[in-house]
Design a protein around this ligand. Structure first.
Ligand SMILES: CC(C)(COP(=O)(O)OP(=O)(O)OC[C@H]1O[C@@H](n2cnc3c(N)ncnc32)[C@H](O)[C@@H]1OP(=O)(O)O)[C@@H](O)C(=O)NCCC(=O)NCCS
Length: 185
């Protein structure tokens, strides 16, 4: 079976609505996660300096929603209607029918199982609606919470990649790679 791209369709879970970003999410994005140095500690970008920087990022994602191979979800919390994070496909390989996902949410929402809920939901969509055969994610080895999310979502530890890059603080970092295959279910 080949991949049948379907784009960023809305997905509802118990506590979340995963949906396309809209321009009016810029304030939430900046306030809830993108402007926070601690959220960006292990990320390759950020923190954003103002709402306009978040808006530009969102407008860029929105311009790609026309492409059915674009998967960038805003994570909206049903209980307060706020957009509290994002989860997306960052790399896609059609030949191996594999992709890599990335995610982040705002600090006030950490450790409530929210990202595990979001990751499980998009993996189900990417496997069973789109047709990817494997999905991987990687985290800075110091970012243990992210590794826990991968484990709880059913991914298996695959390997350590040494000296993957240099962080904003100048330190060299290693990444742990996790993968889930559709056949693992
Ligand atoms: C990493 C991140 C996505 C986790 O999201 P979350 O919604 O808090 O994740 P969950 O609540 O589903 O699971 C987090 C798990 O990590 C654990 N955890 C939290 N801090 C931890 C730490 N410092 N060391 C080890 N485990 C930790 C939690 O206890 C929980 O595990 P448990 O359910 O077994 O108790 C969130 O912290 C985040 O957005 N961080 C900033 C951006 C980022 O690092 N993104 C990932 C880049 S690879």
């Amino acid at each position: 079976m080949s991949i049948q791209h379907k784009g960023t369709k809305s997905i509802e879970t118990v506590r979340l609505i995963l949906r396309r970003f809209e321009a009016q999410d810029a304030e939430d994005m900046f306030q809830n996660w993108a402007g926070d140095l601690e959220v960006c500690k292990y990320l390759s970008w950020g923190p954003h300096k103002d709402v306009d920087t978040s808006l530009k990022r969102i407008l860029n994602w929105m311009s790609n929603y026309n492409y059915e191979a674009s998967y960038v979800w805003a994570i909206e919390l049903k209980s307060n209607g706020m957009v509290i994070g994002s989860i997306s496909v960052e790399i896609s390989d059609e030949t191996t029918q594999s992709c890599e996902v990335g995610y982040c949410i705002g600090k006030p929402y950490w450790s409530r199982g929210i990202m595990t809920e979001a990751l499980r939901a998009i993996m189900h969509y990417l496997f069973y609606e789109v047709g990817y055969q494997s999905i991987r994610a990687k985290h800075d080895t110091r970012n243990l919470a992210s590794g826990r999310v991968m484990q709880k979502a059913g991914m298996q530890f695959t390997k350590i990649e040494k000296n993957v890059g240099v962080g904003r603080d100048g330190s060299h970092y290693d990444c742990a790679v996790y993968t889930k295959y559709i056949t693992d279910d």
